[in-house]
Design a protein around this ligand. Structure first.
Ligand SMILES: NC(=O)C1=CN([C@@H]2O[C@H](COP(=O)(O)OP(=O)(O)OC[C@H]3O[C@@H](n4cnc5c(N)ncnc54)[C@H](O)[C@@H]3O)[C@@H](O)[C@H]2O)C=CC1
Ligand SMILES: O=C1O[C@H](COP(=O)(O)O)[C@@H](O)[C@H](O)[C@H]1O
Length: 247
């Protein structure tokens, strides 16, 4: 059955991948502080997620929120991640609970755990002979303030799940690129997420039943240092792409 989905950050790259793949599958309300530049399904709300009134209005009648809006730069300064990624995310969760939303899928990041990539482990951990694996049960270990903001978003989700029963899935997205994996970038190839797999993964976040989850959002790359087992088990994620199939 089609669900009513609020997609924040809809004008960005991840939004493009999702709408390109499953734009016909659900009833969409799109939200971004930038207006749309292309045709889009559903209605489009131009608003900032730190605008509480606008967020509350956009949340009315919504079943599921996919929350992408935020500053995606690993080098983003504290002022920006504090406002856009932490304060904005809190406003999304609060309004979701008040509106009776069932599920929120939060766009977390590999950078929430970036500091596991220690000098001793890299570059071997990016290569097929190495079996080092993170599975989502590890503590956050950010290597920058952007990663700190993503860990904070995951913790906000934990709070809104435990206190209010909201279903929350945190997707620690790897490196999304269109068409082919990052070139000459071993790390990016190990955490590649294709557009097709991205759309499918967030479709599963809309449709599956879960409580509070942390999963990794990458394709089925031969070499991966993030496990996708939990995403398979809980969400029914079945990725089709693999960075090793590209030169
Ligand atoms: N692209 C990737 O490989 C990865 C992305 N992510 C996360 O996924 C999300 C989306 O990333 P991308 O699409 O790559 O970034 P993007 O910069 O292409 O898109 C983000 C969108 O959010 C909007 N936005 C930012 N702050 C906002 C605010 N305060 N209010 C309303 N709209 C706002 C922007 O206008 C933009 O359209 C981000 O939260 C990012 O941290 C996480 C890991 C990897
Ligand atoms: O969280 C994010 O991660 C990806 C991959 O990180 P990188 O350090 O390998 O570039 C990044 O491309 C994206 O912009 C960011 O939001």
């Amino acid at each position: 059955m089609a669900q009513s989905v609020l997609l924040t950050g809809a004008a960005g790259r991840v939004g493009e991948a999702i709408l390109g793949g499953i734009g016909d599958e659900h009833e969409w309300r799109l939200m971004d502080r930038d207006p749309p530049t292309e045709d889009h399904p559903g209605e489009f709300v131009v608003a900032d997620i730190t605008n509480e009134d606008a967020v509350r209005e956009a949340m009315a009648g919504i079943d599921v929120v996919i929350h992408l809006a935020g500053d995606p730069r690993p080098e983003a300064p504290w002022d920006s991640v504090l406002t856009n990624n932490i304060d904005g995310t809190q406003k999304i969760f609060e309004a979701a609970v008040d509106a009776g939303v069932e599920k929120v899928a939060f766009a977390s990041s590999n950078h929430a755990v970036g500091a596991y990539e220690t000098e001793e482990r890299v570059p071997d951990m990016y290569r097929t002979h190495d079996d080092y694996l993170l599975d989502g049960t590890e503590l956050p270990r950010p290597g920058n303030l952007y990663g700190v903001s993503k860990a904070a978003g995951e913790t906000l989700g934990r709070y809104y799940h435990d206190e209010y029963g909201l279903s929350v899935v945190n997707v620690r997205i790897g490196n999304l690129t269109e068409g082919h994996p990052p070139i000459d970038y071993e790390r990016g190839q190990a955490m590649w997420l294709s557009y097709r797999d991205c759309a499918h993964l967030f479709d599963r976040c809309i449709r599956a039943d879960y409580e509070y989850e942390i999963v990794y959002g990458i394709s089925d790359n031969d070499r991966k240092y993030y496990s996708i087992d939990r995403a398979r088990e809980v969400l029914g994620y079945e990725p089709q792409d693999n960075s090793a199939r590209h030169d």
